[in-house]
Write a new protein. Structure first.
Length: 127
C-alpha cells in the first residue's frame, strides 16, 4: 500500500498556516528511498513535488514553543488517484510520550483533481 501527497498544510487555531520553518520534523517507518519523493517534499510549499511512501510512514512535527493546531489539509499530487490518502489519524502530545487522537478520517470522499485540496474544507481538530 502506498500513498502520495504534494503538500501538507497545518493551521493554528486562528486559521494561520504554521510555517514549516518553525518546526522540527521527522519521518518514521517509510520505505521509499527516493530522495526526490521524500516526506519533506510534502512540506516544501511546492505542489509540483510530492511525498511518495510505500510504507505508510508517519510524520512527526515538534514545535519548540508549542502550537495549538486548529485544522489541516493535504493537497493531491500529480498522478494515480488510488494513491490519495482516504484514511489516517492525527495525534498530538505535550510530552512525546502520551498521545491523544486529535482527528481521525476513515474512507472519506476526496477530490479527483490533481494538485488540489483533498476536500473543500479543512479538517478541524476538535480538542
Ligand atoms: Ca511539495
Amino acid at each position: 500500500m502506498l500513498f502520495q501527497i504534494s503538500e501538507l498544510i497545518i493551521r493554528d487555531e486562528d486559521d494561520n498556516v504554521i510555517s514549516n520553518n518553525d518546526t522540527y520534523h521527522s519521518h518514521t517507518s517509510g520505505l521509499h528511498d527516493d530522495s526526490n519523493e521524500s516526506y519533506d517534499k510534502a512540506l516544501d510549499s511546492n505542489t509540483n513535488t510530492k511525498w511518495l511512501d510505500i510504507g505508510k510512514g508517519d510524520i512527526t512535527f515538534e514545535y519548540p514553543n508549542g502550537k495549538i493546531v486548529g485544522s489541516y489539509m493535504y493537497k493531491t499530487a500529480n498522478d494515480f488517484n488510488a494513491r490519495d490518502p482516504i484514511s489516517w489519524k492525527l495525534e498530538g502530545s505535550n510530552d512525546n510520550s502520551n498521545w491523544t487522537t486529535l482527528d481521525e478520517q476513515t474512507n472519506i470522499d476526496i477530490t479527483t483533481n490533481r494538485y488540489a485540496n483533498a476536500q473543500n474544507i479543512f479538517w478541524s481538530v476538535t480538542i
